[in-house]
Design a protein around this ligand. Structure first.
Ligand code: ADP
Length: 596
């Protein structure tokens, strides 16, 4: 397990990266230590030796040949540094690859387990998308941040060792200035991440509007209504708001970074001036002076930008870890990733007993003491106006929301006591906004029965039953044709054809209870009632629940439950309800003209 804990602090990135890629993490650390200490000292010493020898040759105190060794050493040092840089690059890319391979699936798995109520809640959804957008990027940059700081600390120590013997106070000055700069950078990093978080809200709205402006789904409405300019205006406003927020932080950051680089340059100048004294008195050789100066300048340059980017990365990852902790704290269903049971249980009764329910974000009870009971093997229709609570009933029945009051009993046993694999195997549902998967038609259908081993023939049979045989002959590669236009050779389907694919998925499912929640709302009433009557025939002997606000399509049901404001107001067969002359009869009369 990559994510073992519930609470995360910034340094946890080190453990996460180590767990994902132990060998390369160790190699990276070893190279870092070598890289941060050896080159600084060796370069200074070799440079000093080279310059001192060259000076001596010019003064005629040493033979010309003496220059070769220091020259070769200098070249070899520079070459070694370059080669080591490439090796570190290679190790880093291997490490990132391991992270991609292990972190991403781990994150997807946790994401899938998050309870449905958090997905429907805007605030927790924002947290989820923030955490899962780029976990690898966030964690690696935090890890790099820590490495950078370690590298700086080691480099400073090695340069200090080099100069402390010459001018001890220079060492103190460097340390004294590094500490407040470290603090400033940490603050700047935190501010930057928070601004990023605020900008995220704008980004998400932007992304959505961008989809509306350029996506394929809305192209027809976009053309007909000509709303492009209006949406464009909104897009610009959102974009501007996000951009200005980020710009303010960038300006602040650049003042802080530029200001501190100037201070650092002054320090290095001061060191250079002070070291001239010992050179004049002969306590420090000219070569050593240049060697030390080169090391100090290198260090200052490093402090200038590496310190900032390092600490910024750390404080960013610190904020990310806070988000990760909150994300881990979201309630999850541990067994959510289990496949549905291969052999579903038989359904004898489904019962709602005094069920009260309100959405986590709402303050109104959508269902208030709702009670009804259904028998297995029969066809039911839930009818009622939009917003009456029909879909909410299906969400509770399928276990998407479990914090209701009262009881939902399946064969007399409370729904919450069933393992999720059993519950999953019980229901198949086609929603109004059913999914369209841009994968081959055959795979689109077998998604309805992931535990099964359906042959192509069986799948074709199902497709024929839902009236897709003509579609299949029209598709270039028959049932193997990828649907949607995102893949080369892919073909799009009409709205009605997509509906049939969704129904085929429900049909192939081995679930004993099938629910159609107005997937046909986009059809005209007559076509809708045709689809429902076909479905009804195909589902004889199974428990089905048809949901619709249009009554022509549901009158075939064995029993109709009329729902209004979260309550069952009438119940009976079509004829019984017509006879009793209540709400159903009134609605049916009002809709009669749709079917004539
Ligand atoms: P129906 O399926 O009968 O059209 P729904 O069950 O979808 O009705 O909705 C019933 C009520 O619950 C509506 O008032 C709707 O606004 C509200 N509602 C639906 N989903 C949510 C949600 N995720 N959060 C808050 N309120 C919701």
């Amino acid at each position: 397990m990559i994510f073992k804990k519930k609470k995360y602090k910034s340094f946890d990135v080190l453990f996460i990266v180590f767990r994902a890629s132990p060998i390369y993490t160790i190699l990276r650390a070893v190279f870092l230590i070598i890289f941060a200490t050896v080159p600084t000292v060796v370069t200074a010493l070799v440079t000093a030796d080279f310059i001192n020898t060259a000076t001596a040759i010019l003064q005629g105190t040493r033979p010309h040949n003496d220059i070769y060794l220091p020259f070769v050493l200098l070249l070899a040092t520079l070459a070694a540094i370059t080669i080591m840089g490439s090796i570190v690059g290679l190790i880093t890319s291997k490490m990132n690859f391991d992270l991609q391979r292990k972190l991403k699936p781990a994150m997807v798995e946790i994401n899938a387990a998050v309870d449905f109520k958090h997905i429907e809640n805007a605030e927790s959804w924002e947290l989820i998308s923030r955490v899962s957008r780029d976990p690898v990027g966030s964690i690696t940059s935090g890890f790099e941040g820590f490495l950078r700081i370690l590298e700086i600390a080691l480099s400073i120590t090695s340069v200090l060792v080099l100069i402390v013997a010459q001018v001890w106070w220079a060492a103190i000055v460097i340390v004294a200035f590094s500490v407040p700069m470290l603090w400033l950078s940490l603050r700047a990093g935190k501010k930057n991440y928070q601004a990023g978080r605020d900008a995220e809200k704008f980004n998400r709205r932007n992304e959505y509007l961008d989809g509306v402006l350029t996506g394929r789904d809305n192209v027809d409405e976009r053309t007909v209504f000509g709303y492009g300019d209006e949406i464009n205006k909104r897009w610009r406003e959102q974009y501007e708001a996000g951009r200005i927020l980020q710009l303010k932080v960038n300006i602040k950051m650049s003042f802080i970074t530029k200001g501190s680089s100037m201070i650092l340059s002054l320090i290095s100048l001061l060191i250079a001036l002070t070291l001239i004294g010992p050179v004049v008195t002969g306590d420090l050789s000219a070569g050593m002076y240049i060697g030390i100066e080169a090391a100090v300048f290198g260090l200052i340059r490093m402090l200038g930008w590496q310190l900032f980017s390092g600490t910024e990365n750390i404080s960013r990852v610190n904020e990310y870890m806070k988000d990760l902790t909150a994300f881990m704290a979201l309630s999850k269903s541990e067994d959510v990733l289990n496949l549905p049971d291969a052999k579903p249980i038989d359904i004898k009764t489904l019962e709602f007993r005094s069920v009260r329910f309100k959405y986590p974000t709402g303050d109104r009870f959508i269902l208030d003491k709702l009670s009804f009971s259904l028998k297995g093997g029969r066809h039911y229709a839930f009818v009622g106006k939009n917003g009456a609570g029909k879909t909410t009933i299906t969400k509770l029945l399928t276990g998407l929301y479990t914090d209701y009051e009262g009881e939902i009993l399946i064969n007399g046993k409370e729904l919450r006591e069933f393992p999720s694999s059993t519950l999953k195997a019980m229901f198949s549902i086609v929603y109004q906004d059913f999914a369209k998967y841009y994968i081959p038609l055959r795979e689109n259908i077998i998604l309805g029965d992931v535990v099964g081993t359906n042959t192509t023939e069986q799948i074709s049979n199902i497709a024929t039953k839902v009236g897709l045989s003509e579609t299949i002959t029209e598709l270039k590669n028959g049932i193997e044709t990828p649907l949607g236009k995102i893949i080369e050779g892919g073909q799009d389907l009409s709205g009605g054809q997509w509906q049939r694919v969704a129904i085929a998925r429900s049909l192939i499912s081995r679930a004993p209870v099938r629910i159609l929640d107005e997937p046909t709302a986009a059809l005209d009433p007559i076509s809708e009632s045709q689809v429902y009557s076909e479905f009804e025939k195909l589902m004889r002997g199974k428990t089905t629940i048809f949901i619709s606000h249009r009554l022509g399509s549901t009158k075939l049901a064995d029993e109709i439950l009329v729902i209004d404001a979260g309550e069952i107001v009438e119940r009976g067969t079509h004829n019984e309800l017509m006879m009793s002359n209540g709400q159903y009869a009134e609605m049916f009369e009002a809709q009669r003209s749709w079917y004539q």
